[in-house]
Design a protein around this ligand. Structure first.
Ligand SMILES: C[S@@+](CC[C@H](N)C(=O)[O-])C[C@H]1O[C@@H](n2cnc3c(N)ncnc32)[C@H](O)[C@@H]1O
Length: 230
């Protein structure tokens, strides 16, 4: 007799559920590439390969646990669990993206990856345990223009506390002038990468290395991908 654990989902409800999930992926217009049962459902709006190359390099140095804060559809979480056997968790407050992340991950039977609905705030981050690697990509500028630089710095200090080995970090810059939020950020001057590096050090990170570059979202500017050390 088959173990209860091994039983497969089957029949009309399961097919209907997968159909609904495919429709949801179309509606969400994913930020990340999404694949289900080995078939690509969406290429994603943002190229993730250059950022994954940096995360992969960091994981290759040895990491058991990873948290992706603002994980969207969970591309980095899924790959960290699948390719490096990490206990990997993604956290996001967008119900649609998180539903895609979680449901697709379970259907793909990707072990050791999971997703949590939560708003990233200093109060929330203070409750988290440490992770070997924390990924925080393309989120902080939104928090910075909404809540100010001082709050963004407090949040980064909380992230430093939960970072055991490395933070992989990237954010929007004030020179991305085609984006509505660029003028709401502090003026990062002619060298935004340097400004961000100094900002990370001001949050208590002991080192912040420029580990690569990535395209900015819908803009011609280049962003720096930082690997920071607590
Ligand atoms: C621009 S996307 C970046 C996604 C992913 N980190 C990446 O770079 O590929 C920002 C993501 O962060 C999430 N997000 C932004 N602010 C958040 C907050 N305060 N709490 C939780 N999630 C947040 C959004 O829902 C969205 O999925």
């Amino acid at each position: 007799m088959k173990l209860l654990l091994d039983r497969e989902l089957s029949g009309f409800p399961y097919r209907a559920y997968k159909f609904a999930l495919r429709r949801l992926v179309k509606q969400v217009q994913p930020y990340h590439p999404v694949a289900m049962d080995g078939c690509a459902l969406s290429p994603g709006e943002r190229d993730c390969s250059d950022r994954w190359a940096v995360i992969s390099r960091v994981l290759g140095q040895g990491a058991d646990t990873l948290a992706d804060l603002g994980c969207a559809e969970g591309y980095f979480v899924s790959r960290a669990a699948k390719e490096y056997g990490c206990f990997a968790i993604g956290i996001d407050a967008d119900v649609r993206r998180l539903t895609v992340a979680q449901d697709v991950n379970v259907i793909n039977k990707n072990e050791n990856a999971g997703f949590m609905y939560a708003h990233l705030s200093t109060d929330f981050l203070r409750k988290l345990p440490q992770f070997d690697v924390v990924v925080f990509l393309a989120v902080l500028h939104h928090i910075m223009y909404e809540h100010g630089v001082d709050y963004a710095r407090d949040l980064m200090r909380c992230i430093r506390v939960i970072t055991k080995k490395n933070l992989v970090f990237e954010m929007g810059q004030s020179n991305e002038t085609s984006m509505y939020w660029a003028k709401l950020l502090p003026d990062m001057g002619p060298e935004p990468h340097k400004w961000i590096q100094e900002f990370l050090l001001s949050c208590g990170f002991s080192r912040a290395e420029n580990a690569g570059e990535t395209d900015a979202y819908h803009s011609n500017s280049r962003r720096s991908i930082f690997v920071a050390y607590p």
